[in-house]
Write a protein that binds this ligand. Sequence first.
Ligand code: ATP
Length: 298
Amino acid sequence: MRCERANAKINLYLDVVSRRENGYHNLVSLMQTVSLCDLVTLDFHPGSHTSIRLEASGNADMPTDCRNLAWRAAERFLEASGRRGEVFISIEKHIPMAAGLAGGSADAAAVLRGLNALCGSPLSVGELCAIGERLGADVPFCTVGGCALVTGIGECLEEMPSMPAVPMVVACMGEGVSTPAAYGKLDALHGFFATPTPKDPRVDRLCAALRQGSISEALEDFYNRFEEVVPLEQPCVDPIKRTMCGCGAKKAMMSGSGPSVFGVFSTQEDAIRAVDALRAMGAAAFVCTPRPKFVRTS
Ligand code: ATP
């Protein structure tokens, strides 16, 4: 039996660079894992046939069959490692779903890490990421965690120093967002990105700030392209941002394709005050902090 934390990710920077012929989008993103997490408990009993059982608590909408990304991660891990047997997965869901926090990808990544550990580490981190890449664009990053500059469709990771342990708040409210639909809106607005987005100097500045461990001066360079389209249809995004800023957030921005918003605070007291105010509005809100990476990659 093994328990893995499946940490949510936020995007400090997220831009769409171009669109591939197969419809996938090339991105530039700075991703950071945060302490908000699902708890994934795993067990594996080797045997002559393979079966997967998945139990879930915390969100009745989460699928508990092969539609669950964690289930598919277990299948792919067994195939790739040549193992057979009974897999048990239990997910205690805390990360809001369809919120741009990569909850499903985090669960899948936790299954890859956890099953690999239970089986005596037959696969390298690179091999786990390669399995992850076929499951979803955020899975390679969620397998490694910490902070990374993510490019391609999510498969190219350049490790960055994690953000300093500043107090943060993650919050969301209202309907979830379908990530493909949000990309569709950006495609319509930007002519399917036929002209690639020019290189943005903010990315180098942000990476330099992370390397120097001084994120506060880089907050102005945080950016999320999805803020062009998602807040128009998700009326809760802007009020959540305003509430965070009213409680002292130095920056509040949407994560991923939304509608979740994260805020960076100077003090824990301000972060707690913001969570209280957001919950009074009816939002799901959590105090959290950036987390370092899970696995050694070198
Ligand atoms: P992404 O940006 O990668 O789409 P997200 O954070 O916006 O991620 P998720 O919480 O991963 O969204 O969920 C998206 C959909 O994936 C859900 O509506 C759900 O039906 C499905 N799903 C499959 N497995 C899981 C899982 N383990 N946890 C949450 N959702 C899952």
